[in-house]
Write a protein that binds this ligand. Sequence first.
Ligand code: NAD
Length: 473
Amino acid sequence: MQYEFVAQGSNDVWRTFNPARPSEEVGRYGVVPPGGLAALVERARSAQAEWARVPDVERGLVVGRFLDAVTEHADRIAEAVTAEQGKILAEAKAETLKGVAEGRFMCGEAARVGGSAAGSARPQVRNLILRRPRGVVVAICPWNFPAMTPLRKLCPALVFGNAMIMKPSQFTPAAAFLLAEIARPLFPNDLFQIAVCGGAQAGELIAMDGVDAVSFTGSVETGRKVYAAAASNLIPVQLELGGKNAAVVNDSDDLDGCLDAITGAALMTAGQRCTAISRVLVRDELGDAVVEGLAERTQAVRLGDGMHPQTTMGPLCNEPHLRSVEAMTARAIEEGAKAVAGGAAAVAEDCEGGYFYQPTVLDGVAPQSTGGCEEIFGPVISVIRYRDFDEAMEILNGTPFGLTSCLFSDSNRLVQRFLNESRNGMLHVNHGSVPDINMPFGGIKHSGVGPYSVGASASQVYTTEHAAYIGWN
Ligand code: NAD
């Protein structure tokens, strides 16, 4: 066992296991005792009052020092991510450093969006629009990015003068605990607290007096519960939910480059990224070449323990998730899709009982089938063929999701149509679906509710707005 975060007196303990070798215990974490949530909120409130008195610019500098320390510990954090989540170490380090880079981008935001002046309707009155820290924010995180998601929520929360209570996923708490350990000497006590608890308790926390907002990343189904709990408390939400992201391959001078970009975006983190490409919509004429090219690329994947330098894809994160990917892919095949690569669970060397799934390409997928419109959240690429661009746009927009999308085309007319018509929060032309550190991140339709993360829009979650009228005579 590598990680132990169990406070004295904790009776209930969560245990985590390495998804590459599930008999290997990785961590133990003390669960918040019954009735303990209110105490967390109370402590967060008094820490927040102290922190909000620190000037905006100074808060940004302290968060910058925190990010320096996170960078120093990036290898340690990455190891924790790989040990519990399963992704390869290089990706775990990259997600940690990306979280740091996004955090640095946010450090100046509090100083930039502190307020603005507005015109006045009266003589000798000056109107100002002010923004102030919101208060105590609850953050709820999934298991696919155990370091980056916490950083994406924590940095803006702190920069804008809030306290944060974070509930990590039960499968991957180690990285969040390491971040809290690094933060401790830099911030007021209890400004950043971790709440290890189940979903029902997290719902209670959101609905509690003294909680001012919730930022949630996870599935659509849980998102609905979080939204309902927040509604009962009349607090704002930031919901970042699932996707069924498509790459539309219409025409390309460089089909190999296009397929490399798609394969990378589809298989990174074994397809367990909310922005992973999981559908490839291809113009009929290119269909066979695309299917062949994707299948070929899956042959190059080396499944194994994410700690091993030769491995290019780790296991899925946990057993229920492996069973779900297996069942959904089997259903897609029963519904008529043909597995031209993969299509089943896998075994990997030195990884007894590991939750591996073969990189899979499904051809002949019908748009409204399981492979065509449900989020499988594994290394499974569904290929759907189309006749013309109108049909491509109809298929692209024909799911309840609206997170990210890509178009590969050299036609300016089609690119402009895609930018107008793709009903997704993020739009990529001629590259994969990996976002930049300085761009708004979020989705529309069932993929997201509330302001996007990263950038100025985050201030809408993490600050309150005030109209001030200052008269003089
Ligand atoms: P999940 O919805 O099962 O769990 C997310 C978190 O919510 C966990 O910490 C879980 O314990 C907690 N939870 C469960 N029930 C709850 C309740 N009633 N109230 C409050 N919290 C509760 O998601 P997951 O399986 O951990 O993650 C995978 C999902 O996350 C996928 O759907 C993926 O697309 C989505 N995701 C979205 C984004 C994005 O930015 N849009 C990013 C990453 C992951």
